[in-house]
Design a protein around this ligand. Structure first.
Ligand code: GUN
Length: 280
């Protein structure tokens, strides 16, 4: 079975749109998302424009603030402080990667955790790993929603996550632990990657290595979620060899059209969550 991330994302966006419309009528207020983009890295510009467009379509006021590549860290920290204080702003997102003169750690720490729609601030990371209510990073949240469309009870399933990044691998592991999975994280220093992957009932690949996961690496009844977005020539491919696996697993996400649209839908979901927290 091929998991249609585009369709699932559309369902979520429609639910969000309806809820925002109801909340606007009740409160007279509108959620808003500010995205900071530094430099002109082409993929970031595409991602950010997509985020802005999708936000507007569901009724979120969205603004992109752009800075040149050589902007100072101080200027960005001052802007974040201004946005933190502005009650009209529900969510703040600083698009990564950042130029080398700007500390990712300082920027992520500067965003008020209650406006941190990425869920990257250590307060949100800590809440998630403690099992408390938290804003959850958009991509792993999107992956979990897709997995749960296929299998609602994940207790006892063996989940194998390829990649240990703060953006994907680590929060994905926390989410799957919360679902009572047995979780293995594998990475570039893991011995016998193939053998670890073969244990997976749920496999999430988030390493950025084109077509790493091949036929013979995954059980017949596995759910395979491909977070990879890799450019090979003119084609975008995932971390999973989709053509080799699609008829040999229980369910699989395509690239594009799998996790990507869910990431944006979950960003809108997180923005709505931040907006609602401010209403009460
Ligand atoms: N760059 C690539 N993915 C992301 C993301 O999810 N959030 C931010 N802020 N930057 C990114």
């Amino acid at each position: 079975m091929i998991i249609d991330g585009k369709k699932q994302a559309e369902i979520i966006r429609n639910e969000i749109k309806k809820e925002i419309s109801d909340l606007k009528k009740k409160s007279g207020k509108t959620p808003s998302l500010t995205v900071i983009l530094i430099g002109d890295f082409a993929p970031s510009l595409i991602y950010v424009k997509n985020k802005e467009k999708s936000a507007r379509e569901v009724g979120i006021n969205s603004e992109i603030i752009r800075y040149p590549k050589n902007v100072s860290e101080k200027d960005i920290l001052e802007k974040i402080e201004e946005l933190n204080k502005n009650d009209e702003i529900s969510g703040i997102l600083v698009q990564l990667p950042l130029p080398s003169q700007i500390s990712k750690e300082k920027i992520i720490n500067a965003i008020n955790p209650s406006k941190d729609v990425d869920g990257f601030n250590p307060i949100n990371v800590g809440n998630l790993s403690s099992g408390y209510d938290s804003i959850v990073p958009c991509t792993p949240l999107g992956c979990l929603l897709l997995i749960k469309k296929i299998e609602s009870n994940l207790a006892g399933k063996h989940a194998v996550i390829i990649g240990r990044s703060n953006l994907n691998g680590k929060p994905m592991a926390q989410l799957l632990l919360k679902e009572h999975c047995t979780v293995t994280i594998v990475h570039s220093k893991t011995n016998d990657l193939q053998n670890e992957c073969l244990k997976a009932d749920i496999l999430v690949a988030a390493v950025g290595v084109p077509n790493l996961i091949k036929k013979g690496w995954v059980k017949k009844n596995a759910i395979v979620i491909d977070v990879g977005i890799n450019k090979v020539g003119e084609k975008i491919v995932g971390d999973v060899n989709f053509d080799e696996l699609k008829d040999n697993v229980k369910a699989i996400t395509p690239v594009p059209g799998g996790v990507g649209p869910m990431t944006i839908a979950c960003l809108l979901k997180n923005t709505l969550t931040c907006f609602k927290a401010r209403l009460t």
